[in-house]
Design a binder for this molecule. Structure first.
Ligand SMILES: [Zn+2]
Length: 57
């Protein structure tokens, strides 16, 4: 399993995600970014930032 804390990229955000792999995390983050941060497009820079903070659990 992998986990990601949005607060590692967006200071102050308490959302956490867990999935079987990085792609599962990114899919959840895309929805969260859109719904809670108004980010309509998850570009390469954001994907790289998220991947850098995905940790195994
Ligand atoms: Zn967030």
């Amino acid at each position: 399993m992998k986990t990601f804390a949005c607060g590692d990229v967006v200071p102050g955000c308490s959302a956490r995600f867990t999935a079987g792999d990085a792609e599962g995390i990114l899919a959840q983050v895309a929805g969260h970014a859109r719904d809670d941060h108004g980010v309509t497009e998850v570009g390469p820079d954001l994907v790289a930032a998220v991947r850098a903070h995905i940790h195994p659990v």
